[in-house]
Design a protein around this ligand. Structure first.
Ligand code: NAP
Length: 251
């Protein structure tokens, strides 16, 4: 039996096990299972692999996307560039190779939404809320689409192109119409949280994309909808990145 799974902590919010279990059933894949492996500390990864030698592929989620890198034997170019890994393939020589499928998932989902919203990318500028693992994939996709962006972070010493939440004023909200939440704020079970942006400045011209997919109607998106902004949740990205992960594990 081939084992696949997800490492991260906590994992109570995750849809991945349900997604892959249903996929295996629908596609009559009878020699594979998908499990959740809660790892509070990434240093527990070697032990996990020792205990489960049948594991041939893993997804990586919050908070290990960057900290997992020292435990890998190889990185593909895109994952190296982003400094974030969300897919590990374990080859027949037990080599651990890191990839990033969040990039593909986000890129395809955003492109589809931009078409639906009839938003023209040369005009669009984006605010990327948060600077963690998923933000690296989002930034790479925005670069590919030639959408310029500004990162908004709690940390003030992250260098150029990064501002603090307190800096978000009317000028920024007028200039930047696409707002992408890459923070876990609003994710189950903390559904009463949302990124601290000036929601009163949102308009019908804004597009809010939340990477959070559980719940789908986050407070961030609800506040945008209340102001007439267009919104998208993270489920489509989740499916896109999961299918890309499967392609990587089975190629
Ligand atoms: N839909 C999908 O397919 C998909 C894919 C990947 C991730 N996600 C979701 O995206 C979220 C982030 O995942 P990740 O792996 O990027 O996590 P991560 O590496 O831990 O990064 C999250 C970033 O959010 C900011 N942040 C964290 N806690 C915060 C708080 N209390 N207040 C304000 N900002 C906070 C931090 O940036 P600063 O320090 O710069 O503020 C942090 O680096 C999770 O909810 C995850 O489920 C969804």
């Amino acid at each position: 039996m081939r084992k696949f799974g997800l490492i991260g902590y906590p994992l109570s919010h995750s849809f991945s096990k349900k997604y892959f279990t249903e996929k295996f059933a629908q596609e009559n894949i009878t020699d594979a299972v998908y499990e959740l492996y809660e790892l509070p500390d990434i240093a527990q990864l070697p032990k996990l692999l020792q205990n489960h030698p049948e594991i041939c592929g893993l997804n990586v989620t919050i908070p290990h996307k960057a900290s997992v890198i020292p435990y890998l034997n190889q990185l593909n170019d895109a994952a190296r560039e982003m400094g974030a890994v969300n897919v590990i393939k374990i080859d027949k020589n037990q080599q651990l190779i890191g990839y990033n499928s969040d990039y593909y998932g986000f890129l395809h989902s955003l492109k589809r939404h931009l078409q639906t919203w009839q938003a023209t990318t040369p005009m669009l500028k984006a605010l990327v809320l948060g600077s963690g693992g998923a933000a690296q994939a989002v930034k790479a996709a925005l670069n590919f689409l030639k959408i310029s962006y500004q990162v908004v972070s709690r940390q003030s010493n992250l260098g150029a192109n990064i501002i603090a939440y307190q800096d978000l004023n009317e000028a920024y909200l007028t200039d930047y119409q696409l707002i992408i939440n890459t923070t876990p704020l609003g994710m189950y079970p903390n559904i009463e949280e949302c990124p601290p942006i000036p929601y009163n400045l949102l308009t019908m011209q804004h597009f809010l994309y939340d990477l959070v997919y559980n719940p789908q109607d986050t407070l961030f998106l609800s506040k945008g909808k209340a102001k007439g902004s267009k919104t998208a949740h993270g489920l489509e990205m989740l499916y896109g990145q999961a299918e890309k992960a499967w392609e990587i594990w089975t190629m």
